[in-house]
Design a protein around this ligand. Structure first.
Ligand code: 13P
Ligand code: SF4
Length: 354
């Protein structure tokens, strides 16, 4: 259970024994029982930078999902070991773009005669293979906190962007931040021949969006926004850009998990907020800001945790820390050298964005 005092004590003792040898990173969507042991918390951008800034730690324990641990491995030195407490903590969105599908897509773009105008921009929420593809083809990685800058950079390099794998972040950024129209975007469906697009559509499009999405954020609807506005007069609706376009268009504020936290820190007492992102974070924020008189509710009526983020629980963390404290390396995430070389290129382009 979350407050099992025995497990809490075991985690504390193992962490103390490891000392500076271990550094624990926690994504904002992690459970409270795990977050209490994180040396730093952050959104995926901040955590990537934080992992790279700890060269003295032999073990980086990543409380988050697989693609985050891979990115940490790519950005840390070869002798540092990145550990994911449960190997089943994947991301359904990242799984929606495989290396084979993306290679096939590139063939389709080449056939249509547009590949040389296309710059790939891949969301952090993708496998190391997809990041390597992106690096090989002159593209960059982005996160929800720098997608606008990444797209602006990409459109300085070429006329079109292939945005992988989250159609919503791609569309929302193109329309909201870059002022494009919905007609500038086409949707590439990896399950259809030629992505379900004609060569003419590909030639006319500015944004080629991969047909991927987050199942957690996909559950918020326009109706959730309308309902909460009717229920709580004066409510501020704040959502993550992985939400559908119509939800983002109806919201008052849009941003990454780190942005959401900053916005609530700056909010005046007495203000009311409905938040459209994962539930562990929303609950933690509601509890944290209630004493300051800020009313924070979850945007939807149904419960929505990210089930893979939730796989990292206190028992898995205890097992991981105790194993490492006994000198036993478990659940290491290691990207092969060739993939790492090109994925790193794409990640470094992101880190160098103006
Ligand atoms: P950020 O932490 O970058 O906002 O991303 C949210 C997310 O879905 C991570 O999986
Ligand atoms: Fe993936 Fe969505 Fe979970 Fe983030 S919240 S890890 S995008 S499934």
């Amino acid at each position: 259970s979350p407050s099992d005092p025995d497990l809490v004590e075991r985690a504390r003792a193992a962490k103390e024994k490891l000392g500076d040898k271990v550094f624990v990173l926690g994504h904002h969507y992690q459970r409270d029982e795990v977050i209490q042991f994180a040396d730093v918390t952050g959104d995926s951008f901040k955590l990537a930078k934080d992992a790279a800034a700890r060269p003295e730690a032999e073990y980086i324990v990543f409380c988050g999902v697989h693609f985050m641990a891979e990115s940490a491995d790519i950005l840390t030195s070869d002798d540092q070991k990145v550990v994911l407490p449960d190997l089943a903590a994947g991301c359904s969105m990242a799984d929606m773009a495989t290396a084979e599908q993306v290679a096939e897509c590139w063939d389709v773009l080449t056939e249509a005669g547009v590949a040389d105008q296309v710059v790939p921009v891949s969301y952090m929420n993708s496998s190391a293979d997809i990041k390597a593809f992106t690096g090989r083809h002159g593209g960059t990685i982005c996160t929800s906190s720098n997608a606008e800058r990444a797209l602006n950079w990409a459109f300085e390099q070429g006329e079109k962007v292939l945005f992988l794998p989250d159609q919503h972040l791609g569309r929302n950024t193109a329309v909201r931040d870059l002022g494009m129209s919905l007609d500038d975007c086409v949707l590439y469906n990896p399950h259809k021949p030629n992505g379900g697009l004609t060569a003419e559509q590909l030639r006319d499009a500015k944004m080629i969006l991969w047909r991927g999405h987050c199942s957690v954020h996909g559950r918020f609807s326009l109706e959730s926004v309308e309902d909460v506005r009717a229920r709580i007069p004066g409510v501020n609706v704040l959502v993550h850009p992985e939400c559908k376009h119509e939800v983002v268009a109806a919201a008052d504020y849009v941003g990454s998990t780190e942005y959401i936290i900053k916005a609530l820190e700056a909010a005046p007492a007495g203000s009311k907020w409905a938040i459209g992102t994962e539930l562990n974070l929303v609950r933690r924020l509601a509890n944290r800001f209630a004493p300051e008189g800020k009313e924070i509710v979850f945007l939807d009526k149904t419960v929505c945790f990210c089930s893979t983020m939730n796989r990292i629980d206190l028992p898995h963390l205890v097992w991981t820390l105790e194993s490492l404290a006994e000198g036993k390396l478990v659940n290491r995430i290691e990207v092969d050298r060739e993939t790492e070389r090109f994925a790193k290129l794409a990640l470094e382009r992101m880190l160098a964005l103006p």
